[in-house]
Each structure stands twice: as C-alpha cells, then as structure tokens.
Design a protein around this ligand. Structure first.
Ligand code: PEP
Ligand code: MN
Length: 346
C-alpha cells in the first residue's frame, strides 16, 4: 500500500498518517519528493484496508501495490534518488566513478592507485579489505591491517571509500572507517547481511548476483530499504551465461530496465563484467552511453603483480584515458533524455 499525499499536505498531516500506520502494527516509509510526499507501508503480510486512510487530511490517493516491491519504485518516489556521501554524490547529473584496486595489498600499492584516482577528479575509491574468493587458497584480502592504509588515504586525498562487507561483522568496521558498504554479487541474497546494511546510516552499493533476475536484485534492494536505509546504489556487474569470451555477460539492458521501474541510481562495473582489461574501456563507454549514473573500475599500479583480478585491472594510464573518454560521452548523452522528451511532446 502506498499513500500519496497532496502537494500542499502539511507536515502534521504526514505525521498523522504515519501514526495510524504504526498504530496498526506496520512500518511507515515517508519519501519526500519534489512535488509531493508518498508513504510506503511495510510489515504487512496481507492486504491493508486502504479506506481507513482515504479521509485523513492531506491524503490525495491510496494505491494498492500489485508489484512484489514497494520502496524501490517510481510510484513511491517519482524523482531519482541522489545518494550523498559527504559532498560527493551518486545519481545526480554528474558521472560518479568508483575506482581503485580489487583489494588493498600494501601501502605503496594503495597510495599509488589512490593518487591516480584523485588526479582523475574521481571522488570514490574502491578499497576491499576482505575478498570473497572462489578458492580458499587464494589471497583473501589484507584484513583489518588495511584500515590503517585506508584511513591515511581518506585523510590525504579526501576520497570516499567503498568497501565490501563479506559478513555482518564487517559492517561495524566499515561504519567506523569507511564511507560506503558494498554488498557483492555472492552475497546479494544474504538476507541477514542485507538487513544489517539496512540498519546502517551509510549508503549501500548493491551488486547484482551472478545469476539474479532483475526482480530478485530489486527485491534485495527492497530488503535494505525496508529496514529504513534508502541510500542504495545498484551495480550491474554481469551475469553468468554460456559465453566463454568474457568472465560474465554485462547486461547493459538492465540500466534502462531499472530506470523504468526504480528511482535508485544504477552504476555499471565493466571490470567484473568482462574480466579482461582490453574490454573494460569499450564496455565503460557503453555503460555511460546507456545512461548509467556511474562506473566501478578496477585499476592497479602494476596489474601484472595484482594479488586478485590481475587480468581485468587497468594500468594507471589506461585508467586516465578511460576517464577522459567516458566524460566526453557523458557530456554528449546526458542531455539526450530531456531532448527526446521535448521532441516527443512537440
Ligand atoms: C568486487 O567488486 O570486489 C567484487 C568481488 O565484485 P563482484 O561481487 O561483482 O564479483
Ligand atoms: Mn575484483
């Protein structure tokens, strides 16, 4: 159930609706928008009788939700969500780039990459502390020793750090030392981890599971939002198919498909999406052209020596070139949706 308030509804009207929702034992999610506030209801396993809200002051409309998700939808929030991380943003008119190594390996490696990321004008540094690896015998991440390096990088470069939480206890540490919680493809349906991230004040970057449908991915985002954390960024990183020329098949069609359903920002990860450095720049260009709000890019000062995902890491100069190219594409494509609308209405 979704309660749409009138554009001129007073704050007291909104509070009164929330109080009724809570009094009948459910949770209210008020989403203020540019023109009106809508209030989503969760916690109900069956239908809620909407008529009890219809005559409350300030209520414009009560909508029964027939889709499996409620909070991620454009029905609830017609305006796009802009995720703010301090003074950096994801989901507005800018192109948000999250770049860095697959994992923090050493102080020298992390500083060399962070310096290049900072020089490119990018605001977000990906810096994994723990790595969910397929084999237990491969590099599992530096672990907590990495926090000292990350703290120094945040201080020196002012970069916002994105780190994957592989389990719930990691969320506590990211809250202490990081800026954005990443939930990886392998954990997209780890529901207790999703709920824990949903109780955090930090934004959550939710990667698509490697065999997840769009609906399963959006419902994973819904788990986070249902706990009260509305700052979710979706990340398309490819799915497993029969293709053998790439590590995953990057599903760029998911970007416009999500746009049609959800207000959440969506970024594209061509590094894990292809697994091969020479494909990263072409697919990054395509991701921006298809309308992604940003990119996640793996870059290393010595890719051939990287302890994880060596084959897909860009060199520092390839990375600098990519940034130039995708910004040029963004400059051309960003005004396109507005132009297309104008044409359609003229
Ligand atoms: C990562 O971004 O470090 C990662 C492990 O990616 P994914 O979860 O998409 O495989
Ligand atoms: Mn990686």
């Amino acid at each position: 159930m979704l309660i749409v308030m009138k554009p001129n509804a007073a704050a007291g009207d909104i509070d009164a609706v929330i109080k009724v929702i809570e009094a009948i034992g459910f949770r209210a999610h008020a989403m203020p928008g540019a023109t009106r506030t809508a209030i989503g209801i969760t916690g109900n396993e069956g239908p809620v009788d909407g008529r009890r809200f219809e005559n409350l002051p300030g209520v414009a409309e009560v909508i029964r939700v027939t889709k499996p998700y409620k909070l991620i939808t454009l029905d609830l929030r017609p305006d796009k969500t802009v995720v703010r991380v301090g003074d950096a943003t994801i989901g507005d008119s800018g192109l948000a780039i999250i770049a860095g190594p697959c994992a923090i390996e050493s102080r020298d490696q992390a500083f060399a990459v962070a310096k290049a990321v900072k020089q490119s004008g990018t605001r977000f540094f990906r810096a994994c502390v723990w790595k969910p690896r397929t084999s237990p015998y491969t590099f599992q991440g530096l672990g907590e020793k990495a926090w000292e390096i990350i703290t120094a990088i945040r201080e020196q470069f002012g970069l916002k750090v994105v780190t994957e939480a592989v389990d719930e206890s990691h969320v506590d540490l990211i809250e202490k030392y990081g800026d954005v919680i990443q939930i990886g493809a392998r954990n997209m349906q780890n529901f207790s981890l999703l709920k824990r991230a949903g109780r955090s004040k930090l934004p959550v970057l939710l990667k698509r599971g490697m065999a997840a449908t769009l609906e399963e991915w959006l419902l994973a985002a819904e788990y986070i939002m249902a706990e009260g954390n509305y700052n979710v960024i979706l990340c398309e990183r490819g799915v497993r198919t029969f293709a053998q020329h790439t590590r995953n098949t990057l599903d760029l069609a998911s970007v416009p498909a999500i746009r049609r359903i959800s207000h959440l920002p969506v970024i594209v990860d061509p590094s894990h999406g292809t697994g091969t450095a020479y494909m990263v720049t072409p697919l990054a260009r395509a991701g921006v052209a298809v309308g992604a709000d940003g990119l996640m890019i793996e870059v290393h000062n010595q890719p051939e020596l990287a302890l994880s995902d060596s084959a897909q890491a860009l060199t520092l100069s390839e990375y600098a070139q990519l940034i130039e190219e995708v910004r040029a594409i963004r400059d051309v494509t960003a005004p396109l949706p507005a132009m297309a609308r104008k044409k359609a209405s003229s």
